[in-house]
Design a protein around this ligand. Structure first.
Ligand code: MN
Length: 289
């Protein structure tokens, strides 16, 4: 377990908002636009999960992105990704797709299953102003490519980004220093994670219920962790067998202007993105690096 001296406390618990996105995919949106400033550098977190094909089958046909990164984590199911650069990948159970849209990508994300459970997360992570127009990049990670670590207390941790329990995650980012872990915690067990001072952090419980500094966080809800003075991480106790994702990152403290799938620093840059998209210029030079 990461050794921490003082835990962060829960500042606020957020229940998600049921929304439809793409061509009609049912989503629980937990990180919404009004929270972008508070949770900088994170812009959005969606949790999708349904056994009803009608809730996901229409998928996300061709759409653009500019100015940030999208991270899709598939717990269960299969989704195929195609983009304007000719990249293609199949995201299967336990896998992660990390895409840096940079100056522009047009892509589709379509279910490759007609029945059964599809469950996972899509996270949007902002890019610093200096990187918003960088060349696009993406990488698919199979379940086996995500580093895993177990703690003496019985926690099983998948380290998608950052570092946990001395294990480096699949992805590292210099400016935002994102931490993204998926933790499975048996009933009654405790888990600690170091979090950088001043980094914004939250966890989302998707099975069971956990307790942070005496406050219960039920399933399908997000706990925003306070930026307590002197706290060096977070301690989490499971009620019943529980699963949660925990995220933290260094705030950019730059202006955030979002218009749908574009997130830039100014209204003028948004107009430019829309114009580039309409003129067919967005995504034309995209290539995998
Ligand atoms: Mn997308």
């Amino acid at each position: 377990m990461d050794n921490i001296a003082h835990t962060r406390t829960v500042e606020r618990i957020i229940r998600g908002q049921a929304v439809m996105d793409g061509a009609g995919v049912k989503i629980n949106r937990v990180l919404t636009q009004p929270l972008q400033r508070r949770l900088d550098p994170f812009l959005m977190l969606d949790n999708f999960g349904s056994e009803q094909a009608n809730d996901y089958i229409a998928g996300f046909p061709d759409h653009p992105h500019r100015g940030f990164e999208t991270v899709t984590y598939m717990l269960t199911g299969r989704m195929r990704h195609r983009d304007s650069a000719g990249n293609e990948g199949l995201l299967a159970s336990g896998g992660v797709q990390w895409m840096t849209a940079g100056r522009g990508v047009i892509h589709s994300e379509m279910p490759e299953q007609a029945e059964g459970l599809m469950e996972g997360f899509q996270l949007w992570l902002n890019l610093p102003a200096k990187d918003k127009m960088r060349a696009p990049w993406y990488k698919d990670f199979d379940a086996a490519d995500i580093p895993q670590v177990s703690t003496a207390s019985g926690a099983s941790v998948r380290v998608i980004a950052g570092e946990s329990q001395g294990v480096a995650g699949a992805v590292q980012r210099e400016v935002t220093e994102p931490l993204y872990i998926d933790v499975e915690l048996p009933a009654g067990a405790a888990f600690s994670q170091a979090i950088g001072q001043g980094h914004n952090a939250f966890l989302y419980v998707y099975r069971g219920e956990v307790v942070v500094d005496g406050k219960a966080v039920p399933a399908q809800s997000m706990a925003i962790l306070a930026n307590n003075e002197g706290a060096d991480g977070v301690s989490v106790q499971a009620g019943p067998d529980s699963r949660f994702i925990l995220l933290a990152g260094k705030p950019l403290n730059e202006p955030i202007v979002q218009y749908g799938p574009f997130v830039m620093n100014s209204q003028a840059e948004i107009f430019q993105a829309v114009e580039d998209f309409r003129a067919g210029r967005l995504g034309e030079e995209a290539h995998a690096v």
